[in-house]
Design a protein around this ligand. Structure first.
Ligand code: ADP
Ligand code: MG
Length: 453
């Protein structure tokens, strides 16, 4: 049952805020919610030892967090092992009806991931159009872009932005009726509704659920492949909602035109509003995302390290987050700060190629310092002595030239300098290389030193 997954997700966030990441990973990360029965959330643990440990050490915490969630129909939890699932199965069937009635009473707030807000969404070139469209919809659902169709590869923020729409609308309108569901949920609901042909009641429920909404958001519609019955149901739902100016938001891993397995009429409906794509983030956006995530996790990551991870992991944001999680876990395990690249390399050795020599901002600054015989803290600081300023500007130029680090990132590395200062330094050295032989040779020498390392 999908709804209990949502509840479990929320509960997990509450729990993880109260214990160390290590304990969380050890005891909670492998648990799976099963269902709700007897007003209890039923959770499956693979091992009996996990079950016992949780009862012994975390019972009060879990109960307190359940209380905080404030679902009227859950006041306790039960942990079972896989061999006990069958005991609950009968009960689950009976409870389902009750549960579904209760679901109608859930404040929609609980249906969205509270981490997926507009505030926590970093906007860059790759996603600015999607962001703008989503914001417009959250401000005025149903009036501008209907449907909004978002497409893009895995882990790029589609689910995040859909949840953000939901969270945003509920901020101003607590009563808004919003459904966000995965395609799988929609398909399952549809199948449930036709399972018993004689039972028109189920059918009515399905229609009521999906057509009595202000906003319907369905995630990952590529999974409608081969589901002709559901496609038909969605077609009618779509028309109904559209006609009454209710907002529809859809996401997929590809453009509607490429959803060739869809009934043509549905395909053309999907493409009839605004279709926007979300692409892989550039380096600057990846850096900003890592900084934001680290900030929310209260974890200190020096800019050099942020740059290193963002540079190496460029496929998608989920992997970027995974890498950050790993680094945090690793550092906590060893009781160390993430303050140098060697620790990061060790933490991420399975994910990135660490065998090749890695050029870092530190390497360039160190070489420049030793060449000019100045101290690193001076070059990074604010001193205005001629020799230091020269060394600083050359280091900035070389970092930009050899590594392509974004200006703002170089600025943060040099003690929080404005990007205009960085541009000034870079352009000045670039000019001097052409006009001043001494500087030209100095830059060449330092470059050689770095490359020989
Ligand atoms: P998708 O649904 O496209 O596969 P998700 O929305 O699940 O991707 O995003 C994967 C992860 O990356 C989520 O944890 C999400 O918070 C994060 N993420 C994606 N885009 C951004 C962004 N622009 N800013 C911050 N985090 C993001
Ligand atoms: Mg998704």
């Amino acid at each position: 049952m999908e709804d209990c997954k949502k509840i479990w997700n929320e509960l997990s966030i509450g729990i993880s805020n109260n214990i160390s990441t290590i304990s969380y990973d050890m005891w909670f990360s492998s648990l799976e919610p099963l269902t709700v029965a007897y007003n209890k959330l039923i959770i499956v643990a693979k091992l009996k030892s996990t079950k016992q440990a949780i009862y012994k050490n975390y019972r009060d915490l879990i109960l307190a967090e359940i209380k905080k969630l404030n679902y009227s129909y859950i006041n306790d939890f039960v942990i079972i092992t896989p061999d006990e699932i069958s005991v609950y199965e009968n009960q689950i069937q009976e409870d389902k009806v009750q549960f579904e009635n209760d679901v109608d009473n859930i404040d929609s707030k609980s249906l969205f991931n509270s981490d997926f807000t507009f505030d926590k969404f970093v906007v860059g070139q790759s996603n600015q159009v999607v962001y703008a469209a989503a914001k417009a919809i959250a401000n005025q659902p149903g009036t501008m872009h209907n449907p909004l169709f978002i497409y893009g590869g895995v882990g790029l923020g589609k689910t995040h932005i859909m949840n953000a729409i939901g969270n945003e609308i509920l901020k101003t309108n607590k009563k808004a009726k919003i459904i966000y569901c995965t395609t799988e949920q929609f398909v399952n609901d549809y199948i449930d509704s036709i399972k018993n042909n004689k039972d028109n009641e189920q059918n009515r429920k399905f229609r009521e659920k999906y057509r009595n909404v202000d906003i319907l958001m369905i995630d990952d519609v590529q999974f409608l492949a081969g589901k002709t019955g559901t496609q038909e149901a969605l077609f009618h739902t779509f028309n109904d909602l559209y006609q009454f100016k209710k907002q529809i938001v859809l996401s997929s891993d590809r453009h509607p035109k490429e959803l060739t397995f869809l009934e043509e009429r549905l395909q053309s409906r999907f493409a009839s509003g605004l279709t926007v794509d979300i692409s892989t983030p550039d380096l600057e956006t990846r850096i900003a995302i890592l900084q934001k995530k680290a900030f929310y996790k209260n974890f200190n990551l020096p800019i050099e390290v942020v740059y290193f991870i963002a540079e190496k992991i460029d496929s998608n944001i989920r992997e970027l987050e995974g890498a950050l999680q790993k680094v945090i876990f690793y550092c906590q395990l060893l009781g160390k700060e993430a303050d140098n690249i060697d620790i990061i390399k060790e933490a991420l050795k399975d994910d990135i190629d660490v065998t090749t020599h890695i050029l870092s901002m530190d390497t360039i600054v160190d070489a420049t310092c030793s060449y000019f015989n100045v101290k690193k803290q001076d070059i990074i600081g604010k001193k205005k002595l001629k020799q230091i300023v020269m060394a600083r500007q050359i280091a900035i130029y070389l970092i930009y030239d050899m590594m392509g680090v974004p200006l703002a990132t170089i600025g943060s590395y040099f003690g929080g300098k404005d990007h205009t200062t960085i541009i000034y330094a870079r352009d000045k050295i670039e000019e001097l290389i052409k006009t001043d032989n001494l500087v030209n040779n100095q830059v060449k020498d330092i470059r050689n030193m770095i490359q020989k390392q």
